[in-house]
Design a protein around this ligand. Structure first.
Ligand code: ADQ
Length: 474
């Protein structure tokens, strides 16, 4: 196959095969961000179709994106996807919210699957093409591609946090991962803090005796990282210079804002109450239980009255066979039941809980209707939900946002909270409820600032900044 001068490779395709063989949108922030970029570039997307042991023929989407499926076996699914990606790397990179598991068999499969993805890219990419590798599941792909296709220009973007050096160094395969990443021409992170973690780690590894990376070509750092600029470089083992920079990801702000203007009857359905909303993949990093507990304590202390508020929590199913995800779901569902049992009335629950994927236009209607958005992750690379909510509100509503979400770096006018401190969530939630229900000018001014920030810094800016910096490395 040829005609592919721009190729994105990600673990998942933007659509998943369901059990009846139909394509459905696949969940998560990476797909939300990259779909408009690929459509704009008419590029090729290499990825897994979401079910093991199936490999449909490549095809074009209605948006003109060429989808090139990669087949994963059941063993790949269990050891590469559920195992090394989501039970080793995910918790390690999210600061050990749960303990990561280290298994040599999972690592072997991670290597094999990265090779599989790299080979698929190699078959579709034109001579001299630009390849953009996405996320923690594919950290070895840049290094493999560098060896088998030295003609390519290779970018890598990490969608989750990059941990501090002390945490990363726990990983038994830390050198291989570093070498894999350094196969890229440009490595992008969401924040300066993440880029600095990577640079600090590079410095440490470069100085380690016996390190393949450090000898004989020591890694060298020049400059400092700053938003949307390649100002730091690392010297890879083969002597190439690799750019390291921060590119805060965003959303298709205009499209989201336009969708939010569609008429909806949600307010009539939910009654004349302050509507509090949470929207997340059901993941232990997102702090869903903690926000429910904060809400429960506000009800228990009479700080808010059950007849005045309603909380809608949309929790998309995610990684459902992994133990810590099952535990989180059980705890969240127990809390929803307990709160409704204590404070709900027949026909008037205080918490509505939706555990399924919903169409984008319905999701936007929820954002538009919500008075207070609660986004309380313990750790999050960026968090697009916070930006989607802000795009839907020009000057009304309030965003309560964890200071440990990457989005907090830009969205400083949110009601910032520490999710580890339940009193902090309660305080900020109550302030936000009071501000929006009394029409406080401060709430209005906060939202105006947030809205401008998100409208002016959209996903197209993110992609074009990254790709411009990557092209400069040619
Ligand atoms: P995620 O952890 O998936 O993304 P997030 O950035 O919030 O988190 O993106 C979630 C996306 O899924 C949003 O676009 C949201 O609209 C959508 N979504 C959630 N629930 C849904 C539902 N029930 N139905 C339909 N759509 C739903 C990872 C990182 C983040 C980073 C992104 C992008 O963990 O930190 O922001 O990648 O880089």
């Amino acid at each position: 196959m040829s005609g592919n001068s721009f190729v994105v490779v990600a673990n998942r395709l933007p659509v998943d095969l369901d059990s009846e063989g139909n394509w459905q949108p696949s969940p998560g922030g990476l797909v939300t961000a990259l779909s408009p970029v690929l459509a704009e570039q008419q590029g090729c997307w290499v990825g897994w179709p979401g079910v093991p042991d199936q490999c449909p023929e490549p095809f074009h989407t209605d948006d003109g994106i060429l989808l090139h499926p990669v087949q994963l076996t059941q063993q790949d699914y269990e050891e590469f996807y559920e195992g090394f990606s989501n039970a080793t790397l995910w918790p390690l990179y999210h600061d050990l919210i749960v303990p990561p598991e280290f298994h040599r068999t999972w690592w072997e499969t991670y290597r094999e699957v990265n090779l599989k993805f790299a080979e698929a890219v190699s078959t579709v990419a034109d001579q001299g093409a630009t390849v953009w590798v996405q996320d923690y599941q594919l950290q070895l792909v840049p290094g493999i591609l560098r060896q088998i296709r030295p003609d390519l220009t290779i970018g890598f973007f990490l969608h989750i946090p990059f941990p501090g050096a002390e945490l990363f160094r726990q990983l038994p395969w830390r050198e291989e991962i570093m070498r894999g990443l350094l196969g890229a021409d440009l490595i992008g992170f969401h924040s300066i803090a993440n880029a600095e973690n990577f640079l600090a780690l590079s410095r440490q590894i470069a100085g380690t005796a016996g390190s393949h990376i450090g000898q004989p070509d020591a890694l060298e750092i020049a400059g400092t990282a700053s938003i949307r600029e390649v100002t730091a470089t690392v010297q890879a083992p083969d002597g190439r210079t690799v750019g390291v920079a921060a590119f805060p990801i965003s959303i298709d702000s205009r499209t989201v804002a336009a969708m939010a203007k569609q008429p909806t009857n949600l307010r009539e359905l939910l009654g004349d109450k302050t509507l509090i909303l949470g929207v997340d993949r059901l993941d232990y990093t997102k702090g869903i239980l903690q926000r429910l507990m904060a809400f429960e304590e506000l009800l228990a202390s009479d700080a808010v009255q059950p007849q005045d508020v309603v909380f809608v929590q949309i929790a998309t199913p995610s990684r459902e066979r992994i133990e810590h995800y099952q535990k989180t779901r059980t705890e969240v569902e127990a809390a929803v039941g307990r709160i409704n049992g204590l404070y709900g009335e027949v026909g008037a629950p205080v918490v509505h809980y939706i555990h399924r994927s919903i169409p984008k236009d319905v999701l936007m209607a929820y954002y538009a209707a919500a008075d207070v958005m609660l986004v309380t992750p313990f750790k999050d690379g960026m968090n697009l939900v916070a930006k989607e909510y802000v795009a839907c509100h020009e000057d009304d509503g309030a965003l309560v946002l964890s200071e440990f979400a990457g989005a907090a770096v830009e969205l400083t006018d949110a009601y910032l909270t520490n999710p580890y401190d339940i009193e902090s969530i309660k305080r900020q939630l109550l302030t936000a409820i009071n501000d929006v229900s009394t029409g406080a000018p401060e709430a209005r001014s906060r939202m105006e600032h947030l809205h401008v920030q998100v409208m002016e810094h959209d996903v197209h800016l993110w992609a074009s900044s990254f790709l411009r910096s990557l092209e400069a490395k040619r």
